[in-house]
Design a binder for this molecule. Structure first.
Ligand code: B12
Length: 318
């Protein structure tokens, strides 16, 4: 078994704030995933269903995988958005995190491959068919909150997760310990009731069809009147269930006081967007304005739809 401390130290040098290693076992909460899909809680994200089998075993992504390095990159900004209509979730303000994380993880992969001859690796950042949070949990990065986010007791939940699959076995860390206790602030704050605790479950399930983040990013096609009413001023993504979380409050969490992102690519270029312009912009203009950022995930027609829906109901939020 290889020593994982140098591997993690190199990851920290790339300015990941969190790093841990776990064995490449089947994901411990895969049955929860299957149940979530079977209840249709993934709404229109059919790709989550078609890739279900791949998610059951990391060997599907890297044959012979033995260990997984999980890393966390902080995206906390100095202040939350001030928009009342047209808010963009903080994670999408700067350069697309897939690109930022991938670049850093490529350096870690190259370092590990040079150091350990014969080692094969694969980078997974969000879009690969693997349960990112399950492995980050096993590697000790955080525990599952009732808002379904992975929460680190000292650092909160405003961090992205990246995984590096490794074909040699590194010394594993221990899974994270922690929990929300009796707190239900996120569940109570969600204006659309997207988070639901079922009897007997200590974590909540997200009903995607009621989640503002899903509606503004992943929903394809026009909105129904009911869906339009659910947006609550959000143009892209939603931060409500994380904003209210005690673990994300600098006033209550000592470590967070100085913990804004140190990643220069996570600037605030998308914090404020002109809705009038966006509602009328062409595909080409939208692609140019949001090049290299996560906003393009919603596609130009999705962003225009979101802007139009907000403008229609502007008076409701201001
Ligand atoms: C699909 C998806 C979405 C969907 C569905 C979200 C969801 N909750 O599932 C939508 C579009 C709504 C979404 C929104 C967001 N997302 Co998203 N999303 C994903 C994606 C691609 C898959 C998530 C998934 O598998 N969901 C399936 C369900 C079943 O998973 P789950 O609810 O987390 O359930 C897990 C736990 O609850 C646990 N579990 C279940 N039962 C039990 C019981 C016990 C006892 C225990 C201990 C655990 C447990 O096991 C389950 C499986 O891991 C991941 C990337 C990836 N490849 O994993 C990113 C990811 C989860 N998203 C991320 C982010 C940042 C967001 C947003 C914050 C963005 C935003 N501001 O708008 C929001 C948060 C909304 C929310 N409250 O979840 C980050 C989360 C980082 C973190 N610290 O947690 C991820 C990991 C991407 C990344 N690589 O950084 N997302």
């Amino acid at each position: 078994m290889l020593d994982s401390s140098e591997l993690k130290a190199f990851a920290f040098e790339q300015r990941f704030e969190l790093a841990g290693v776990c064995d490449a076992v089947p994901p411990p909460h895969f049955s929860a995933y299957v149940e979530w899909i079977s209840k249709g809680l993934h709404a229109g994200m059919s790709w989550l269903q078609t890739s279900q089998t791949l998610r059951s075993d990391p060997n599907c992504l890297l044959e012979g995988v033995r260990s997984i390095l999980a890393v966390g990159l902080n995206y906390r900004q100095p202040s939350a958005g001030r928009e009342t209509t047209g808010r963009v979730a903080m994670y999408a303000w700067g350069r697309d995190y897939h690109k930022v994380m991938r670049k850093k993880l490529r350096r870690v992969a190259r370092w590990a491959e040079d150091r350990h001859p014969g080692l094969k690796s694969r980078i997974c950042v969000d879009s690969a068919p693997i349960l990112d949070r399950d492995y980050a949990f096993l590697a000790g990065l955080g525990w599952f909150g009732k808002n379904t986010c992975l929460i680190n007791t000292k650092r909160g939940s405003l961090f992205f997760i990246g995984l590096l699959l490794l074909s040699q076995r590194f010394e594993p860390d221990l899974p994270a310990i922690g929990g929300c206790g009796k707190c239900t602030l996120c569940i109570d704050a969600c204006p659309t009731g997207a988070l639901v605790i079922e009897p007997g479950l200590s974590v909540a399930r997200l009903n995607s069809s009621r989640c503002i983040s899903y509606l503004t990013i992943e929903h394809r096609g026009e909105f129904s009147t009911e869906q339009e009413q659910m947006l609550n001023g959000w143009l892209f993504g939603c931060d409500i269930c994380q904003e209210v979380c005690p673990f994300n409050q600098p006033s209550r969490n000592q470590t967070l006081r100085s913990s804004v992102t140190s990643e220069p690519d996570f600037d605030d270029r998308n914090a404020k967007i002109d809705l009038q312009w966006l509602a009328r912009a062409t595909d080409a203009q939208i692609r140019e304005r949001f090049a290299g950022t996560a906003l393009l995930r919603a596609k130009p027609e999705g962003l225009r739809r979101n802007a139009r829906a907000l403008l229609k109901r502007r008076s409701q939020y201001s």
